[in-house]
Design a binder for this molecule. Sequence first.
Ligand code: OGA
Ligand code: NI
Length: 357
Amino acid sequence: MADESWRLPNSVQQLAANMQEPPSQYLLREQELLGANLAGAEMPEPVPTIDLGLLSASNDPEEAAKLRSALQTWGFFQVSNHGMETSMMDSVMTASREFFHLPLEEKKKCSNLIDGKHFQVEGYGNDHVRTQDQRLDWSDRLHLTVEPEGGRNLAHWPTHPKSFRDDLHEYALKCKKIKGDILRAMAKILKLDEDCLVNQFNSNAPTFARFNHFPPCPRPDLVLGIKPHADFPALTVLLMDRDVAGLQYLRDGTWYNVPAACDHTLLINIGLTMEIMINGIFTGPVHRVVTNADKERISVAMFYGVDPDHEIGPIAHLLRDEQPARYRKMKAKDLLVAQLEHFSQDRGAQIADACKI
Ligand code: OGA
Ligand code: NI
C-alpha cells in the first residue's frame, strides 16, 4: 500500500521539541519568499480601539465614527470596556496554555482524527492534509463547536485542566453579548434596523472556538504559523497572548504587525460571511500569523457563523440601482466547502473574489 503517512503529520509541538529544521511541508516556497518580509511593518497608527460600553449604551457618535473608520481602513479593531471581566480572560488564556502543555497522549483524547486517521474539523490536531504538497501551518489547535449548545460534542472538550469546560462556557456567554453589541453598532453605521445583522443568526447559527498554539519555530524566516486567509464566518472575537505578537494584517500590499494584546482588550475582525451580507461595504481583512524563534504564542478565536442552511447574500436594504449586488447568493455550507478548498490550496486570501458576481 502507498505510504500515506504525510496525511498524518506530527504535532508541531513534537517538531518544535526536536528543534530540527522544519520538515519541507512547512517551508514557504521559493516564489512565496521572493520579496517577502515575514517580519512585517509597524502599523502607522495604534490599533483602533473602540469603547464598546460607550458605543452600545449611548450610541456615542465619536465611537461610531471610529468604528466606521476602523472597518473601512483595516477591517479590524480592538474593543475596550466590553463587559468581560479581566479575570475571565486570564482564566481562559491560562486554561488554554495548560491544555497545550499537557502530554500529547492526554491531548490526543480530544483528537480530530477518527480512529487515528480520518480527519474531522472538530478536536485537537492539525489542518486537514489533503495533498502531499500542501503547505502546513506551524500551529496545533483545538477546534470546538460551542453553539448551538445542543451541538456541543463534549467528547472533544478537554477535562484537563478541570476548569476548562466551565471557563469556555462562561466565556462564550460573554462573547455572545459582545458580538451582539458589535453587530448592532455596525447595523446602525450601515443605516439598517438595529437588529438586522443580529437577526441573520438564528438558533442554528454555529459558534466555533479555535484555540491556537504556536510553539517556538527554528525558522521563523521560512515558516508561517497560519497561512494568509480571510476568516470565513461573519465575525471573529480574538483573545490574544499578552506577551508574544505574531498576527499580521494585509493592507495595500503591506503586512502590518498587530502588537501583543494589552489592557485586556479583545481583537475583532469581520469575515467573509459578513463581507457578503453587507455587499462589500466593509471587507474581511486578509491576515496571517508569523512564528517566533524563542517563544510560544497562544490565541483563542471565537468564530460566529450563520446557519449552514442559510442562504448568504447581500442584504436587500443595502442595494440600490447604483449599488447592485456584488456577490452571488450561496448556502453557507456550500461557501464553507469552497473556502476550505481555497485554504488548503494556499488561496485562502482569494475566496472573496471567487464569490463576486
Ligand atoms: C485564526 C487566526 C490569529 C491569531 O485562528 O483564524 O487568524 O492571532 N488567528 O492567532
Ligand atoms: Ni483568522
